[in-house]
Design a protein around this ligand. Structure first.
Ligand SMILES: [Zn+2]
Length: 185
């Protein structure tokens, strides 16, 4: 009898919880437009994708007007919108905490319209912080800095004299790099 009671209680407790979980896919209607500061980039034929917890959950391509749609099921993790095809680099366009409505319309600038703090430091779209953000240098040859830690581990960093060294193989639209998230934007 006790077991039966326990099963009943479990059903009552977990029943409403499982109903609460968002399980329906939503559609995001996106528009890519040029940033007036740099209008070289074509907005047509770009590969757009969204990552949740580092995994691609949906992808599509922009039409001749820079419009696209992505369909995926949001979670409690942020949805990161990326674009590829500008040169061949991959740009993080924005990271959105919660998307609760279906048919949300989002507009992205390429290159990103960056946000700066009062000191002119640029915010990362992902971590929303400034302290690991570096301007990208498309310089030749790119410098890779080798560091040996006190424990003897060797690491390589492309950050040199306050800039992220991207090299000139691909001169992309990205202007900044966040070393915390390893993303360009
Ligand atoms: Zn970041």
């Amino acid at each position: 009898m006790r077991t039966v009671n326990l099963i009943l209680v479990t059903l009552i407790v977990t029943g409403p919880l499982s109903l609460k979980l968002p399980s329906n896919p939503i559609t995001v209607k996106g528009h890519v437009i040029n940033n007036y500061k740099d209008s070289r980039v074509y907005v047509a034929g770009l590969s757009m994708f969204v990552k949740v917890s580092g995994r691609i959950v949906s992808q599509s391509t922009t039409d001749s007007n820079g419009d696209f749609s992505l369909r995926f099921t949001p979670t409690d993790k942020s949805s990161d919108f990326y674009c590829a095809g500008v040169g061949t680099d991959t740009l993080l366009l924005d990271s959105i905490e919660r998307i609760e409505k279906d048919n949300v319309e989002l507009t992205f600038h390429i290159p990103n319209a960056v946000k700066k703090d009062a000191f002119g430091k640029v915010y990362c779209p992902k971590c929303k912080r400034t302290n690991k953000v570096y301007p990208i240098c498309y310089c030749d040859p790119p410098i890779t800095v080798r560091r040996i830690s006190s424990t003897g581990d060797t690491t390589y960093s492309r950050i040199y004299k306050g800039e992220y060294q991207a090299g000139t193989d691909v001169v992309g639209a990205a202007k900044y790099y966040c070393d915390r998230d390893k993303v360009q934007f």
